[in-house]
Design a protein around this ligand. Structure first.
Ligand code: GLC
Ligand code: CA
Length: 556
């Protein structure tokens, strides 16, 4: 777990930053973000401390699902720049030590993709079998419909050729038939293409849907994932797949490749995320603690990707109906804040009422959970949402760089939030000058997270913190320990904890000043302010705390 080791398996304690080129920064004044604009802000991202950028789809698209409807997998949306701009961006990112991964959206194409236009032109088309056709609309399981606001079936009738095609998502996104070896070959070529241009891997969109139409009688659908991963490893040993796999924990392990870890390198922890929101809503650590206890250990070299918000609805689909309503009542009581009957189309700071202490605690929680944290752009400054925008677009607002907006020379095509979350109140420039800002806090959390490889690599134990509002956990690795405390309530608390094996150690607070000595017997009492959080490094009295981390030659 020394730096030579963590750098080898870089994804195990990376800090991933998801952004959409279109909403990040406009370099040419047409109101649309682009690669040139993004490249100008590379130093900002490197300075923040993130280690890997995740680019949302930047491929040519009719834009009916914000780019998740692709018409050419080998190119750049001309509104965002050229392949030349992409390569310059990659080179600059690498120069600043940043890795880049991108969305791989190959469960489906746009219905405007030349492959689909060809496939639907006649039944004998050589590309017909690249999509999934049926003479009858197969019986629909309504619960499988992802976008119930727009669709009531996953089969759409094609007039011209008299058959139905499968679309797991919108009807303009026909599913590719990955049972067809030619389709698999082509997908592999897509991966190879972007890896050759420098990508370190992919965030794989909609993984369970991607493999669903492989007939298990003929082949194991998971072989496809293993094949992709093996291909990538041959081309570039340290490349990764980060899977969007929102399924219960017990089903999820197969996506890592069971014990082998030869499929998806990282999976988002959707269950942990949803329980974290339930915990925030209740001011009770219980739901999150239960997720941490139930969450399977990923196979060696694999990792969980943790997050609180992403670019989609904040899905609460894995909670019970009652729990979901609880979170709705707490954080999105109005119908206009909800979407698809299962989620919220809000960003975190407005949900937490703009309460900076609470917001800071929520992110401290995110960074201290075992796994690799993923931020959605703007989370570091507390960007709000625009509920006037349609559906999930509410959270995909332009980045706010300065009091006057600072998105670019022109008026941004998308509308920024206003009022308490408008650019005059929430922006990068002001927060850079303010040591108490959320931006500076996130920067500190990233720094500490990177300095404490125990968090991502170690074994995590949830401790008994004699108060339901407090989550206490410890992470141990290579004889080094950090102890983490979060107060989910807004009342100050004294917390009693038993810290086995740490008798006589010093606990040094890594976020604020302060040390505590662990008495013999290991029982300590620690103070937490309202929504307080503490990260405590344990060190033996004769070892300076800075040397007690698992990254040092001599830990405790
Ligand atoms: C994934 C994406 C979502 C998109 C859908 C269809 O769920 O996160 O934004 O709409 O796939 O591609
Ligand atoms: Ca532009």
């Amino acid at each position: 777990m020394r730096p030579t080791y963590t750098s080898d398996l870089w994804w195990k304690n990376a800090v991933i930053y998801c952004l959409d080129v279109e909403t990040f920064k406009d370099g040419n004044g047409d109101g649309i973000g682009d690669f040139r604009g993004l490249t100008q802000e590379i130093d900002y991202l490197a300075g923040l401390g993130v280690t890997c950028l995740w680019l949302m789809p930047f491929y040519p698209t009719p834009g009916k699902d914000d780019g998740y409807d692709v018409t050419d997998f080998y190119s750049v949306d001309p509104r965002l720049g050229t392949l030349g701009d992409f390569v310059e961006f990659m080179r600059t990112a690498h120069d600043r030590g940043l890795r880049v991964i991108a969305d791989l959206v190959v469960n489906h194409t746009s219905d405007q993709h030349p492959w689909f236009l060809e496939a639907r032109s006649r039944r004998e088309s050589p590309l017909r079998d690249w999509y999934v056709w049926s003479d009858v609309p197969e019986p629909d399981d309504k619960s499988q419909i992802v976008f119930p606001d727009k669709e009531d079936s996953v089969w759409e009738f094609d007039e011209k050729t008299g058959q139905y095609y499968l679309h797991s998502f919108y009807r303009h996104q026909p599913d590719l038939n990955v049972a067809n070896p030619a389709v698999r070959d082509e997908i592999t070529r897509v991966l190879g293409f972007w890896m050759e241009l420098g990508l370190s891997g992919f965030r794989v969109d909609a993984v369970p849907f991607l493999i669903e139409n492989v007939d298990p009688e003929l082949a194991d659908p998971h072989d496809f994932l293993a094949d992709l991963r093996a291909f990538m490893t041959r081309r570039k040993g340290d490349s990764v797949l980060l899977g969007e796999v929102n399924v219960p924990y017990e089903d999820l392990v197969t996506y890592f490749g069971d014990g082998l870890g030869d499929q998806v390198t990282m999976c988002f922890d959707f269950i942990g995320m949803q329980r974290a929101w339930l915990s925030l809503a209740r001011g009770d650590a219980g739901p999150l603690a239960s997720a941490l206890r139930e969450r399977p250990k990923p196979p060696k070299d694999c990792q969980w990707a943790t997050f609180l918000r992403n670019h989609d609805e904040l899905t609460l689909d894995k909670l019970t109906e009652e729990e979901r309503q609880e979170v709705f009542r707490a954080f999105g009581p109005e119908k206009s804040m909800q979407v698809f009957g299962r989620g919220l189309r809000r960003r975190l700071p407005p949900m937490l009422g703009g309460d900076l202490r609470w917001i800071k605690m929520a992110y401290s929680l995110l960074f201290s959970l075992p796994g690799t944290p993923v931020l959605f752009y703007g989370e570091e400054i507390g960007l709000g949402e625009n509920l006037e925008a349609e559906g999930r677009m509410a959270v995909r607002v332009p980045m706010q760089w300065a009091p006057e907006g600072g998105f670019g020379r022109g008026e941004p095509e998308r509308t920024m939030p206003d009022g308490a979350f408008g650019p005059e109140r929430v922006n990068v420039a002001d927060q850079k000058r303010d040591p108490g800002s959320l931006l500076r806090w996130i920067q500190l959390l990233i720094e500490r997270y990177r300095e404490c490889p125990e968090l991502a690599w170690g074994s995590c134990t949830v401790l008994d913190a004699d108060h339901p509002a407090v989550l206490a956990h410890r992470c141990d690795a290579d004889g080094a320990t950090v102890v983490i405390l979060h107060n989910l309530s807004d009342t100050a608390r004294e917390v009693g904890l038993t810290l086995d094996g740490l008798d006589g150690c010093l606990l040094t607070d890594l976020l604020e000043d302060g040390t505590t000595r662990v008495p013999d017997g290991g029982r300590v009492s620690l103070h937490l302010g309202p929504h307080g959080c503490r990260w405590l490094r344990a060190s033996a009295p004769d070892v300076p705390p800075e040397d007690a981390s698992a990254k040092s030659e001599h830990s405790r």
